[in-house]
Design a protein around this ligand. Sequence first.
Ligand code: CAA
Length: 261
Amino acid sequence: STHADYTSILISEPAPGVSQITVNRPKALNALNSTLFHELNSALRTFSTDDNVRCVVLTGSEKAFAAGADIKEMKDKQFAEVYKGDFLAHWTELSQFRKPIVAAVSGYALGGGCELAMMCDIILASPTAVFGQPEINLGVIPGAGGTQRLTHAIGKSRAMELVLTGGNFSAQQASEWGLVSRVVEQGSVVDEAVKVAGKIAGKGMLAVQAGKEGVNAAYEMSLANGLHFERRLFHQLFATNDQKGGMNAFANKQKAQWTHS
Ligand code: CAA
């Protein structure tokens, strides 16, 4: 399907090299259903092969980034169905996307909404942002990374308390704990995210992708393996035109012109 056919997300290009996805199910506080994820994955697939897309901003509304998985869609599902169909597996496609994604979070980021934000690379929060993994209140647990990514981000004791009590936490707490990179002024979170994304889109894309791979490796690898992986990525960048262009421009006191090659 093309962007124009989407019913649950909006696509825009707020700055050169930056594409924005806005989750748009206002009547359900942006609850995440299968149509929405189908569209999100489809949009990301087109972005991944488009050199004009160098960074992505993902956002919702002022009131809700996303209030979680769509409970009404999920409530009557049976074990055999969710197990055989590997329910929620397709949600994690976003975490395999190789260009950076900046999440601009305002309002509720609960359950799957919090998990969706955590699959992104950078999270900026409005002071109104409310995070949480309330699944325990529905008789289940987080199913799209909440027990894992939250624990990595904020530590075991805090993650355990949040997952087992279902309590919410504020933008301020999210910032103090390192889940979000910063809290911005009320009403400016999308603009700030576009600014960050614009800066990233102004760099050479090969180095940006390698940087993302390197930081993400820190979540998966031992320190020694991660350092080795990083050095090899660094070496590979000496095969790019952007490394030659970037370093020569510095030596000649010029501004680098990236060719993304
Ligand atoms: N699924 C489906 N519909 C939802 C929804 C969700 N997660 N969250 C909100 N909605 C719907 C409401 O049912 C309501 O619809 P109607 O007008 O048709 O009744 C509409 O959005 C507005 O919501 P409220 O009237 O509840 O708004 P509120 O301002 O009073 O409360 C809220 C806001 C505290 C976020 C509340 O909506 C809420 O608790 N939502 C559910 C949060 C939640 O439990 N999320 C986790 C889902 S499970 C999950 O995500 C699993 C996973 O790990 C992947």
